[in-house]
Write a protein that binds this ligand. Structure first.
Ligand SMILES: Nc1ncnc2c1ncn2[C@@H]1O[C@H](COP(=O)(O)OP(=O)(O)O)[C@@H](O)[C@H]1O
Ligand SMILES: O=P(O)(O)OC[C@H]1O[C@](O)(COP(=O)(O)O)[C@@H](O)[C@@H]1O
Ligand SMILES: [Mg+2]
Length: 332
């Protein structure tokens, strides 16, 4: 581990799926570093840019006017080579060649696994949770989730308008890989009739069909089903439901629009704090840490510990998604 005064240059990269708020974190890393008299370097395209030496110097002006922009100005990538010993060694060699003693990695669990390996090769690394999926166990907040659920919620509200006019069933598929956080939040926030979560779904489609028939009998003009990406197959599901119920059914897959757009105030604020916090950790001589938000505080964990933690959906929220739906309340 480098001593406090050894850190002179800090690198920052974004890796995996981009997330709104990543730019706010980049800005905070660069400005915090420069403000403390350090040199800041941006690595383009995540680990790919580290392996291929795509490095740019970053001053305070280079991060002007980005806090409100979606995406990541550093670009992002999924880089298979980083998982190989050769790629990893090359990435570490680039850090050493460019004098990058401290590296801030903004990404998800996969990106942290890369940061952990780089730390083992002598590069001081700090992870910042950046993913719309909220699927990082050590933290209750990840950069981009707030913006993504707001974007998805607005889209669902719009689909509901037309669904009601045509008295249809609408299946709306949201992102989240194998995690159901986006689906659960959007489901509750949009008052969906059914919320299908990968962690909970029993593939009993007949139950959904019965539910649709019951709600229709009670006069509901629409039936919104939020389906998580981890379950998927929304188009086929729509065809089967239409055939079984005789009610027009449409599927809408929201897709990558959920990852774009201007970050919410919360994403700008929390990403800013996390970016500055990461630089502060490096200046304290820390390495192999992940910045997290837990119990109302910004904290940090050892990467190994963070990666071994498990996370699950709140049972209370899952119960609410079901028990507050009209048909459940009006079941008598
Ligand atoms: N086990 C690993 N070892 C080294 N690098 C990894 C590992 N897993 C993932 N990575 C790197 O991190 C990148 C992002 O990981 P990925 O799982 O796609 O996204 P996220 O970080 O958002 O979860 C991968 O493309 C790869 O370059
Ligand atoms: O952009 P791609 O490669 O299609 O990946 C889609 C995946 O990326 C995400 O949007 C974000 O996932 P990560 O943050 O783990 O990269 C997932 O919700 C989705 O499954
Ligand atoms: Mg991920």
């Amino acid at each position: 581990m480098a001593a406090k005064n050894e850190i002179k240059t800090i690198g920052v990269l974004t890796s995996g799926g981009d997330a709104p708020g990543m730019n706010a974190a980049i800005r905070a890393v660069v400005r915090r570093a420069v403000g403390k008299g350090l040199t800041a370097k941006g690595i383009l395209k995540g680990y790919e840019g580290l392996i291929n030496e795509e490095i740019v110097d970053m001053g305070a002006r280079d991060v002007s006017d980005i806090i409100g922009k979606g995406g990541t100005i550093l670009l992002s990538a999924r880089c298979a080579e980083m998982r190989t010993e050769e790629g990893l060694q090359q990435a570490a060699a680039t850090c050493k060649k460019h004098g990058i003693q401290g590296l801030v990695v903004i990404g998800g669990d996969g990106s942290f696994a890369g940061a952990q390996k780089l730390a083992n090769l002598g590069i001081n690394t700090i992870g910042i949770p950046g993913t719309i999926d909220l699927d990082i166990a050590c933290t209750e907040y990840t950069i981009g989730f707030d913006t993504a659920v707001n974007t998805a919620m607005e889209a669902i509200d719009k689909v509901r308008d037309t669904s009601t006019s045509h008295e249809r069933v609408s299946i709306i598929e949201v992102m989240g890989r194998n995690a159901g956080y986006i689906a659960l939040w959007c489901g509750i926030a949009s008052g969906a009739e059914d919320v299908l979560l990968p962690e909970k779904y029993d593939y009993d489609e007949q139950q959904i069909i019965n539910h649709i028939i019951e709600t229709r009998k009670k006069g509901k003009k629409h039936h919104i089903i939020i389906n998580a990406e981890g379950i998927g197959h929304s188009q086929a599901m729509a065809k089967r439901i239409e055939a079984a119920t005789g009610i027009g059914t449409r599927a809408t897959i929201l897709g990558h629009m959920q990852r774009g757009g201007s970050p919410t105030c919360k994403d700008r604020m929390y990403a800013t704090i996390m970016g500055a916090y990461a630089v502060d950790l490096l200046l304290q001589g820390k390495t192999k840490r992940v910045v997290a938000y837990k119990n109302g505080e910004f904290v940090d964990f050892d990467i190994n510990e963070a990666l071994s933690m498990k996370k699950s959906l709140s049972e209370y929220e899952v119960e609410l998604a079901k028990s507050l739906s009209y048909n459940y309340v009006m079941r008598d």
